[in-house]
Design a protein around this ligand. Structure first.
Ligand SMILES: NC(=O)c1ccc[n+]([C@@H]2O[C@H](COP(=O)([O-])OP(=O)(O)OC[C@H]3O[C@@H](n4cnc5c(N)ncnc54)[C@H](OP(=O)(O)O)[C@@H]3O)[C@@H](O)[C@H]2O)c1
Length: 251
């Protein structure tokens, strides 16, 4: 049995990845505030166990307890592989930093940066003695490498995630049973996050029109397609410990 802990599988890219992982030898453990009925229906049809943990990742202090509950569901004696996909994320607040409400900046970094760090720490702790495949896939963005006017929280969080993936890789090298970690920028995907970007104003986000045009010209990647790419990378020999890659050119 392979176990997949996936954040943000209730919609968008996370749901697309989870759909691809539905298999009778897989068990999906999904963390988000809401659940995907479509994913649950398809999982039942494919005889794949899916558990949803309704949890707000902004509540960082409760993450160790959440992980305790998740690992109670994992039969480590039977596990062939355990995977963590840090996918959940938000884009707001979108505006010049001096106009962003401090509580929104704080909540953003709790969800996009601190939660993946704490989940990864718990994941490594719970699996450290297991001689099986253990991988962490951190969903990054082109915004990790390029500053965007109005996206200071988002760019900073994603840049942090990239460095965090590299730090895990460094720390795990030479361990008896290492965990591998990788960061992947998935390209521009047709999800609710994109719709919320189009709902901003030019004043808040000067590149807004470019994102409107990408949608109108049909250039956004369907989450199912991106999910297929990422699920296949996660389980393949191309998963390279410490690598940070951008797959936008590969569609
Ligand atoms: N869309 C793009 O073009 C694009 C491009 C590059 C990178 N990405 C990255 O891809 C990832 C997924 O984005 P998406 O476009 O699929 O966004 P989305 O459609 O808005 O979905 C976001 C997911 O994150 C979960 N989430 C958000 N806040 C949460 C919280 N406080 N606690 C728990 N779960 C939370 C949501 O679940 P609930 O609402 O049910 O809690 C949802 O499942 C993000 O890391 C994003 O930065 C997206």
């Amino acid at each position: 049995m392979k176990y997949f802990i996936i954040t943000g599988a209730s919609k968008g890219l996370g749901e697309g990845i989870a759909m691809e992982l539905l298999h009778e030898d897989h068990h999906l453990l999904c963390i988000s505030r809401s659940e995907s009925e479509q994913l649950k229906t398809m999982a039942a049809a494919k005889n794949c166990q899916v558990d949803f943990f309704q949890f707000d990742l902004a509540f960082n202090q409760d993450i160790p307890r959440l992980c305790q509950l998740i690992f109670e569901k994992i039969d480590t004696d039977q596990a062939e592989g355990i995977y963590l996909i840090n996918n959940a994320g938000v884009v707001k607040p979108v505006d010049r930093v001096e106009n962003c409400p401090p509580e929104e900046v704080e909540s953003h970094l709790r969800i996009n940066l601190l939660a993946p760090m704490l989940l990864s720490g718990e994941f490594i702790r719970h699996t450290k003695d297991l001689a099986i495949e253990k991988r962490i896939l951190n969903i990054s963005s082109g915004a990790a490498q390029n500053p965007y006017y109005g996206w200071s929280s988002y760019c900073t969080g994603k840049a942090g995630i990239d460095m965090f993936s590299r730090c895990i890789a460094t720390e795990q090298e030479g361990q008896d049973h290492p965990v591998e970690a990788m960061g992947v920028a998935p390209g521009i995907i047709d999800t609710e996050m994109q719709s919320s970007i189009r709902q901003t104003t030019e004043k808040q986000f000067i590149h807004r029109q470019k994102f409107v045009e990408l949608k109108e010209s049909g250039q956004l990647i369907p989450p199912t397609l991106a999910g297929k790419k990422l699920a296949s990378l996660l389980l393949s020999a191309d998963f390279k410990n410490g690598a940070i890659i951008d797959i936008r050119e590969s569609y």
